[in-house]
Design a protein around this ligand. Structure first.
Ligand code: PRP
Length: 194
């Protein structure tokens, strides 16, 4: 079976409207997230004033974060998207990073701001930064909503960070478990016995 079909066969498709959020505890409420995004947008708008940066969102997880962040920016920005996968439908990283969708545009001599939903082991970001640097951008910085406290993680310089979070499996606000829960407006965590 091809990898994609295998992943699809593992999707949880039996979640019911009355109980699909059961077992998920709120870590960061919608209000807390939105307040932080406003703060981040103000700082980014100031730092990039007079520039026209490319926001490179890392799919799929960051689609909600970038949608909210970009509408609070007061500077002109360009969008591009990459999909980089290291988890599949498992709760544990496979350790292998692969590009499943590359950028549409050249970023040579452009100001690039990578938008990530979460930095877990840091492996994805480490790979991405190297990959993007090799394309000779004028500048490259990182904006990540969540930075998880994981022992021995890859070190990356995060200029714009939302929250440091504990080492829990989090879902919501773009983050999934087997592709579900991305549409929760808050960030929650799944207990071990989920
Ligand atoms: C998640 C997340 C980051 C990456 C972080 O993506 O969106 O890109 O994992 O993990 P790391 O720091 O351990 O590398 P995932 O591979 O789950 O894909 P998705 O965004 O499509 O859900």
């Amino acid at each position: 079976m091809e990898e994609n079909n295998l992943a699809k066969s593992n999707l949880k498709s039996n979640l019911q409207p009355k109980d699909w959020r059961n077992g998920i505890k709120v870590l960061l409420s919608e209000e807390v997230i939105q307040k932080k995004i406003k703060e981040l947008a103000e700082i980014i708008s100031k730092d990039y004033y007079g520039k026209n940066p490319i926001l490179v969102a890392v799919l799929k997880g960051s689609f909600i974060f970038i949608a909210d962040l970009c509408r609070k920016l007061t500077i002109p920005v360009i969008f591009d998207f990459m999909a980089v996968s290291s988890y599949g439908d498992s709760m544990v990283s496979s350790g292998v990073v692969r590009i499943t969708k590359d950028l549409d545009y050249s970023i040579e001599n452009k100001d690039v701001l990578i938008i990530e939903d979460i930095i877990d082991s840091g492996r994805t970001l480490n790979y991405l930064v190297k990959n993007i640097k090799a394309r000779n951008p004028k500048s490259i910085e990182i904006c990540a909503l969540l930075d998880k406290d994981v022992p021995g993680k890859f070190k990356n310089k995060i200029k714009y960070k939302g929250f440091d979070i504990p080492n829990k499996f989090v879902v919501g606000y773009g983050l999934d478990y087997a592709e579900n829960y991305r549409n929760l407006p808050y960030i929650g965590y799944i207990e071990n016995n989920f």
